[in-house]
Ligand binder design. Structure first.
Ligand code: SF4
Length: 366
């Protein structure tokens, strides 16, 4: 299937639907602050199918069933099959619960789901189970991955980077390779939901970790991608410029249509999130309600909402991000700007880069 070139003002690259907020785990960084019981007002099966039709109509973006634990929704397989039969590339982000059985994994393979995303925040029982707030989750996650490998199902590993686990990343990289993941996605903390109680790494450490992650790609069989670290793209360009000067080949020419956008996405700009009740947000980490798909079709919300339009205008970002030469491919995490300053147009608080000619002392930098 070929994809037409995508104009992010019209169509997103990726759509995440939080099908439910139910989840039996108590992960420390949970954006959704998930609970065991269904929240009232979750979209019905029919509303879900209408939403899928609308998503498909937007130039068939990547589509992710997220949660909570999506497997707690009894009609999940029906919805996933409906999307796959339309020709959509569908991913699933289940929690490590006893619902992930061999049979469930085979079923997703048979339906035609393209990829699973598995959370793993530490390379050992102690680190991961502490993060996940429950004993036994690391072992269960390893079992889930063995089922995925048995079924020949592609998967990515998602790791949330905080002060607590940052020193374990090299060990994590080894484990991710051994497990056979196609992609390793590093999530950089946005202090929202339960994540407010976790300690993020410093801005300088962000740079170090991202540079390390970029170089890692030379030596590992998986793709490295990031979430809420848009300045990874600035670091990739700077690193490859350095390599070019030193006469070295550039890194990062791998291509994976399920992991890498053809150009930079950002909250509300190529990326859109629909909550369990049908409310639309620029991302799961940027809690600005832009409309309700039960009342307004998603394409109309995505294309016309003033906040989303503003997020797609990097020239109007405040402070250094608004004048930075990397603003069209980076633009900084709008979610982190909002969580830290209350202003989604403020400069990215964790990027150390000072664009040439930018006057320091700007209040958005302080
Ligand atoms: S200053 Fe802003 S736009 Fe420039 S690299 Fe940093 S986060 Fe990206």
């Amino acid at each position: 299937m070929t994809m037409k070139m995508r104009d992010y003002k019209q169509d997103p690259f990726i759509v995440i639907w939080e099908v439910t907020r139910m989840c039996p785990l108590h992960c420390m960084h949970c954006r959704a602050e998930a609970q065991l019981h269904p929240y009232p007002g979750e979209l019905t099966t029919e509303e879900g199918k209408t939403l899928i039709d609308q998503i498909y109509s937007m130039n068939n973006p990547l589509f992710v069933f997220s949660g909570g634990d999506p497997l707690m929704r009894p009609d999940l397989f029906e919805l996933a099959e409906y999307a796959v039969q339309k020709g959509m590339r569908v991913s699933l982000t289940p929690s490590a619960t006893p619902r992930v059985t061999r049979k469930a994994v085979r079923k997703t393979k048979q339906i035609g789901i393209s990829r699973w995303a598995i959370s793993l925040d530490g390379p050992d029982v102690i680190t991961h189970d502490y993060f996940r707030g429950m004993p036994g989750i690391f072992d269960r996650t390893m079992k889930m991955i063995s089922y995925l490998n048995e079924a020949g199902m592609s998967f990515q590993v998602n790791t949330t980077v905080t002060e607590y686990n940052v020193d374990k990343l090299p060990e994590m990289a080894k484990l991710v390779a051994e497990l056979g993941a196609a992609v390793w996605t590093l999530f950089f903390l946005v202090p929202t939901g339960r994540g407010k109680h976790l300690k993020p790494i410093s801005p300088e450490r962000h740079d170090e970790v991202l540079r390390w992650a970029f170089r890692l790609q030379e030596h590992v069989p998986f793709i490295v991608s990031t979430t809420e670290a848009q300045f990874y793209r600035r670091i990739a360009i700077q690193e490859n410029q350095r390599r070019k000067k030193a006469g070295l080949e550039p890194i990062g020419r791998h291509h994976d249509r399920m992991a890498k956008a053809p150009r930079g996405t950002n909250d509300g700009n190529g990326f859109i999130f629909i909550s369990h009740t049908g409310d639309v947000y620029p991302s799961g980490f940027l809690p600005i309600d832009c409309g309700d798909v039960k009342e307004t079709p998603l394409p109309e919300i995505y294309r016309k909402h003033p906040v989303l339009k503003s997020l797609r205008d990097p020239d109007s970002t405040k402070g250094k991000c608004g004048v930075c030469e990397f603003r069209y491919i980076c633009g900084g995490s709008r979610a982190r700007a909002y969580a830290v300053t209350g202003d989604y147009k403020a400069s990215e608080p964790y990027c150390t880069y000072i664009p040439a000619g930018f006057q320091t002392g700007d209040k958005n930098l302080e």
